[in-house]
Design a protein around this ligand. Structure first.
Ligand code: TXA
Ligand code: MG
Length: 544
């Protein structure tokens, strides 16, 4: 057991901590987001001590913290224009960029990856200390792996007491959730982990921002992931946390129905008086910044009440920094969310000819289900003048009909035969398609539909899968599909086969769907499968 000491972040104490770092040891340091557990990023043995102290899985890479732009060049092999632009705008600050590493950074830091996450903190003491050490510092959050990240020196002490020698105390962390992690590509970025720097902030520096799937959905253990950190159970208190989505009234109803003597609630400030069971708060309802700064602290506080077994939590707004709060809470509750008023959005997809339309016909007979026909949406989008113009520039005038509209059949032939053309078409079509789908979903929800199905042949390719709560794929044997396509679209066997070749295989759908419908049998069998899935959706809504 080590004697863990908490030192104020003063110049005198920097000297002690620096010696520790240059001796190949680890030191906990404050940053504006959360506390980090730091070691010399160039010292492989020192870095391994971080993993040991935290009990961190070896395949989860660390973030390298730098004091200035010169230090950036000591750890990466190249700084693209976009990276430069982002650094200028957001550093020092809570943004981590994934960039190509150079040979000085050991693979122990990057968990074997050729890229390294780099961030220049805004916290003055943190930056000064890094500069004082003279080396970049590899540092993950200074919590025991799986627990909420520490936002005070006391949190670090609680988790790492006896495992490290020094904690530099720089006060409570202002932001409260970890940095925004982005992968930088040409003129675009992809958010791997949301944080204080929001999508809108980023859009002021780059032309497009996408969000990695792992931000909203559980990443399966055996899948390769963009950000390995997202795959681990995280931030979880000992109690079982469940988010309950709906109005405050819905929330109260659910709590009074489901609470027992071991239940607590996690609500917004000012809502406490509505409950006569233990109550915790995380910030103000319309103030995501206050929620971010409180979340980890309150999750740790809940841990001190051993008698609490279940916590029902309010759902934060997913806008701005709220997206980060939601993302962390989603992990704290192991993705367990009860829906009280929101519609369940179901993506229905599958191979062409497998029978999506037949399923939609069955669904239409259920008055509670609203359907968005994404094919119709894409037909509307292709009529938009701005879209037509870009298509003609690329494909030439021959894709137009005499009346000036796009000849969908001619276009279809070209893209099914050529992958590059298909990618181009998608890049033009999908942003306006997604926008339109979102609009129709909102309309159906306002009309009172509680289950909304997206009938979407290209659900995954369009990124519309992100807004789905559940995904259903329909599959059928190849010979059946070929027959159906030939009949439906009056195609030759070769044309039908071409179309089928452009589709993803069974495995693609199986690995991405919650439900699979196998449509190789009778109408009755099909209906049975659909009914089972509809029943499961209704259960989701009622939170059973
Ligand atoms: O605010 C923060 O970022 C805090 C403070 C201490 O700076 N640090 C932090 O580190 O949260 P950590 O290790 O808890 O989270 C690092 C995240 C993980 O999700 C990890 O998978 C991801 O960044 N990451 C690091 N390097 C990566 C890489 N080369 N490629 C993809 N993801 C990477
Ligand atoms: Mg962490």
């Amino acid at each position: 057991m080590r004697d863990t000491r908490v030192l104020k972040a003063t110049t005198e104490n920097f000297e002690i901590a620096k010696r520790e770092i240059l001796n190949g040891e680890v030191v906990a340091i404050p940053t504006e987001t959360v506390y980090g557990l730091a070691a010399n990023a160039f010292d492989e043995t020192a870095v391994s001590k971080i993993f040991e102290a935290k009990g961190r899985p070896q395949d989860n890479p660390l973030i390298v913290h730098i004091a200035d732009m010169e230090m950036l060049r000591e750890v990466v092999s190249e700084v693209s224009e976009t990276a430069e632009k982002l650094a200028k705008k957001f550093w020092g600050g809570p943004l981590t960029m994934i960039l190509p590493k150079n040979e000085r950074v050991p693979y122990a830091v990057t968990a074997g990856l050729e890229t390294v996450g780099v961030r220049m903190p805004a916290h003055l003491a943190a930056r000064e200390f890094i500069r004082y050490c003279g080396v970049p510092l590899a540092a993950p959050s200074a919590n025991v792996s799986g627990k909420p990240s520490p936002t005070s020196a006391a949190h670090v002490f609680h988790d790492l007491r006896g495992k490290i020698d020094y904690i530099l105390d720089g006060g409570t962390c202002e932001v409260g959730v970890e940095s925004t992690v982005v992968k930088v590509m040409d003129d675009q970025v992809e958010i791997l982990r949301p944080g204080k720097i929001t999508i809108n902030d980023l859009l002021q520096a780059v032309s497009a921002v996408t969000i990695d799937d792992g931000v909203f959905t559980r990443v399966m253990d055996d899948k390769p992931v963009a950000s390995p950190g997202m795959k681990y159970q995280h931030y979880s208190p000992n109690a079982n946390v469940i988010m309950v989505e709906g109005s405050l009234t819905d929330f109260c109803q659910y709590v009074s129905r489901s609470a027992d003597e071991k239940t607590a609630v996690l609500v917004f400030e000012g809502e406490e008086s509505l409950f006569d069971i233990p109550c915790f708060t995380f910030g103000k309802r319309n103030d995501s910044v206050s929620q971010a700064s409180r979340l980890f602290d309150v999750l740790r506080e809940i841990d001190q009440h051993e008698d609490i077994q279940t916590v029902f939590a309010r759902v934060p707004k997913q806008e701005g920094v709220g997206l980060a709060v939601y993302n962390r809470l989603l992990r704290a509750c192991g993705f367990e969310v009860v829906n009280m008023d929101r519609a369940v959005i179901v993506g229905l997809t599958g191979q062409t000819g497998a029978g999506k339309s037949m399923i939609c016909e069955i669904l239409r007979q259920d008055g509670a289900i609203g359907i968005v026909d994404c094919d119709v949406v894409s037909r509307d989008v292709i009529m938009m003048p701005s879209v037509q113009q870009r298509l003609v520039e690329y494909f030439g005038g021959e894709i137009l009909l005499e009346d000036g509209n796009v000849n969908r059949k001619a276009l279809g032939k070209r893209i099914f035969a050529n992958e590059e053309d298909r990618i181009f078409l998608n890049s033009v079509m999908f942003p306006p398609i997604t926008e339109q789908i979102n609009k129709e979903v909102r309309q159906l929800r306002d009309q009172g539909y509680r289950i909304i199905v997206l009938d979407a042949p290209t659900l995954f390719e369009s990124g519309a899968n992100i807004i789905c709560d559940s995904i259903v794929s329909v599959l059928a044997d190849a010979n059946l599909r070929q027959e159906r396509i030939m009949e439906r679209d009056s195609m030759s066997a070769v044309e039908a086969q071409n179309r089928m070749n452009a589709q993803k295989d069974d495995e693609f759908y199986r690995s991405r769907s919650e439900f699979i419908i196998e449509n190789n049998g009778s109408q009755t069998e099909l209906k049975e499968q659909v009914d089972r899935i509809t029943a499961a959706m209704k259960e989701k809504i009622n939170g059973n």
